[in-house]
Design a protein around this ligand. Structure first.
Ligand code: GLN
Length: 285
């Protein structure tokens, strides 16, 4: 409480209270979250907050900040509270209709960029973060991006415009290959891969994300079976496929792709040194 004459609360004081609240809610390292939430309230860049820790903060901004912190304490993902998330250096709108793009997926982007490509297909595009990032990085490439969810496609469409790539991407509603036409020299996917069993024990944040984006049910490998089944009809000769998978699924996913005749099957590690992305190639004719 700040009575008359007492100095008004500072941003640092707000942080102290909020930090305690979030740690109490099971978020072990809340500092980045707090900085981003405060930046949203003050409408400033997150990097600036540190310079203003001793500044006083007005009652309205305190209330707004506390409201956001309360949502985070209920384990709503930060990206949903902010409505956006940075991926490979660009901002993407995120909503409860799409998977919150994750840093692991940047591993797939880096691998995709190691070789040239002209025609890209993204299966299960969600927010569009993979297809749109690759288009932004490769100004001559074109992409087709499909998803089963019309609401996800709406988010992806909104993400295309600010990146200046809207004229090079076709979005289509499709159950995997169902509406896909033609051949591509690069096919990418970060499909739902969590098994029914693992889905039960997930972090509380995942309850806010669409189940359809996280798990195909069963053993978690169904999406790979579906994807692998259509590759020979949709990859160009020698074309590449890159798929993300869950930690521990590498051998099973490799087996599924090998059985469909893919060659040069390789597993790649994410920044935590766990196998997370499979690359493979359509055989030469
Ligand atoms: N391609 C999107 C992403 O990587 C969506 C993936 C998904 O919904 N499973 O974030």
């Amino acid at each position: 409480m700040s009575g008359p004459g007492a100095s008004p609360p500072t941003i640092a004081a707000c942080f102290r209270a909020a930090r305690e609240q979030l740690v109490g809610a099971g978020i072990a390292e809340p500092d980045t979250d707090l900085r981003l939430l405060m930046a949203q309230v003050l409408n400033t860049a997150p990097g600036q907050i540190i310079l203003h820790l001793r500044d006083p903060i007005g009652a309205e901004n305190i209330a707004a900040f506390e409201a956001l912190v309360a949502r985070r304490a209920a384990r709503e993902p930060l990206s949903h509270i902010l409505g956006k998330r940075e991926f490979f250096g660009r901002m993407f709108e995120i909503s409860p209709a799409v998977l919150d793009s994750r840093p692991e997926t940047e591993t797939l982007i880096a691998l995709a960029l190691q070789e040239p490509f002209e025609r890209l297909l993204d299966l299960g595009t969600g927010s569009g973060c993979i297809a749109l990032t690759l288009l932004a990085e490769r100004p001559r490439a074109k992409a087709c991006a499909v998803d089963l969810s019309e609401q996800a496609l709406d988010v992806a469409r909104r993400n295309a415009a600010p990146l200046g790539v809207a004229d090079r991407v076709d979005f289509a509603r499709s159950d995997w290959w169902q509406a896909v036409d033609g051949r591509f020299d690069l096919i990418v996917s970060n499909p739902p891969y969590i098994s029914a069993e693992d889905y039960e024990g997930l972090a509380p944040e995942l309850a806010f994300e669409p189940k359809i984006a996280l798990t195909p049910g069963g053993d978690g490998l169904d999406a790979y079976r579906q994807i692998a089944a259509g590759l020979s009809a949709h990859l160009t000769v020698g074309g590449r496929v890159l798929v993300e998978f869950g930690a521990g699924q590498g051998d099973a996913v490799a087996g599924i792709f090998r059985a469909k005749g893919l060659t040069q099957i390789t597993l790649h590690k994410d920044l935590d040194a766990r196998d997370r992305v499979l690359s493979a190639r359509a055989p030469a004719a």
